[in-house]
Design a protein around this ligand. Structure first.
Ligand SMILES: O=C(O)CCC(=O)C(=O)O
Ligand SMILES: [Fe+2]
Length: 376
């Protein structure tokens, strides 16, 4: 069991006078306990508290799983050079449906624990190996998001296994098996991407060193006014590859050609997102994908996103075979992966702005979709 770290300082409590009262009204609620706790305990919640109302929610959206820009592929298809591919849905990935189901059930079991039990894992430190929290990862003040999360390190599993939640009782064993399978899958995909970039098949795997895997399990309860808020606003992931599974409730949207495209659930599917580390390593040949999670009025959505990157102390930068000072100058400055991750996770600014901080040549990230920012 993780020892309880210092209490989180995220400014989530409004005018609460009795933070232990389980029949709190939204106006006196301690939001840091989680949005599930809010939904479970607020009587007759017909509107969302004003702290969750986001200023602008661009909603231009096509809802399709048949969009040709989102290939549904067997793993073999990954061998194609695919520089423009930012997101794929993979099937026939070799991870057993029963294991995926068990992982989802264990995650659901964790979120069903009492808030006291979940809060044992709360922490202000974005780099803490195990964290329960709500809204965004940052503890800086921000407009709240309709999401609770459990994040922890995976591979190399021996480093943090003893800190993972031990309730539900099977959580650690199920998560270990799932994360090991996902790690193997990520290595296969890295191999295909390496070759697609003209590098040796094991080039990226070697550059990872020991590697780093982080699982973020997200819980989005039904929301009475889903058009006013988001589960997660637009962002790209700091790692190189995120492998995501979800229950059957849709909500993941990816930004493509200035539209938000909704990913439709298919049984057994895994979604693979390109993250910032791969954009940096490929010197911009791959672009990390901006994505967000919307919520709905009816059903709880659960997703389990597993990010993969290099070991925390690695200095990341464009792969040297892909850089040539004359024709292909490095587009990203070297930075320690741990520092990049900490900056990105601590930021309340969303979209791809964190990546912009390591670009050597500034280029505008604006587009015709208003880029939502919490700071406004
Ligand atoms: O819930 C989702 O589908 C998205 C989750 C996500 O983007 C993340 O955890 O980084
Ligand atoms: Fe993400």
């Amino acid at each position: 069991m993780a020892s309880s770290p210092s209490p989180p300082s995220l400014q989530l409590t409004s005018t609460s006078t009795n933070p232990t009262d389980d029949d709190e009204q939204p106006s006196t609620h301690d939001y840091s306990k989680g949005v599930k706790h809010l939904v479970d305990t607020a009587s007759d919640l017909r509107s969302i508290p004003s702290n969750y109302v986001l200023p602008i929610i661009p909603s231009i959206c096509r809802s399709t799983s048949l969009d040709p820009s989102i290939p549904i592929i067997d793993l073999d298809g990954l061998d194609e050079p695919s520089g423009e591919r930012r997101i794929s849905i993979i099937v026939n990935h070799g991870i057993k449906a029963s294991l995926m189901e068990e992982m989802l059930r264990s995650v659901e079991g964790f979120f069903s624990l009492t808030w006291e039990e979940k809060m044992k894992y709360a922490s202000d430190d974005v780099m803490h190996p195990v964290r329960y929290g709500t809204s965004l990862n940052t503890s800086k003040p921000h407009v709240l998001h309709w999401r609770d999360y459990l994040r922890h390190f995976g591979h190399p599993i021996g480093n943090s296994f003893h800190l993972w939640p031990d309730n539900p009782p099977n959580y650690r064993e199920v998560a270990k098996e799932y994360l090991e399978e996902v790690w193997k899958l990520a290595m296969k995909i890295w191999g295909a991407i390496s070759e697609g970039l003209g590098l040796d098949r094991d080039y990226i795997e070697k550059s990872l060193g020991e590697g780093c895997q982080i699982v973020a399990s997200n819980y989005y309860p039904p929301c009475p006014e889903p058009h006013l808020t988001l589960g997660l606003s637009a962002h790209s992931d700091h790692g190189g590859l995120t492998i995501l599974m979800q229950n059957e409730v849709d909500g993941l949207q990816v930004r493509h050609n200035d539209m938000w495209i909704q990913i439709q659930f298919m049984p057994g599917m895994l979604v693979v997102n390109i993250g910032d580390y791969l954009e940096i390593l490929s010197n911009g040949r791959y672009k990390s994908v901006e994505h967000r999670a919307v919520v709905n009025e009816e059903r709880t959505r659960i997703s389990v996103a597993v990010g993969h990157g290099p070991e925390l102390n690695a200095i990341i930068g464009p792969a040297s075979p892909l850089v040539d000072e004359k024709n292909e100058p490095p587009r990203y400055r070297p930075i320690r992966y741990k520092d990049y991750m900490r900056n990105q996770q601590s930021s309340a600014v969303r979209g791809k702005e964190p990546l912009g901080t390591v670009k050597t040549v500034s280029s505008s990230t604006s587009s015709t979709i208003p880029s939502f920012s919490q700071s406004s």
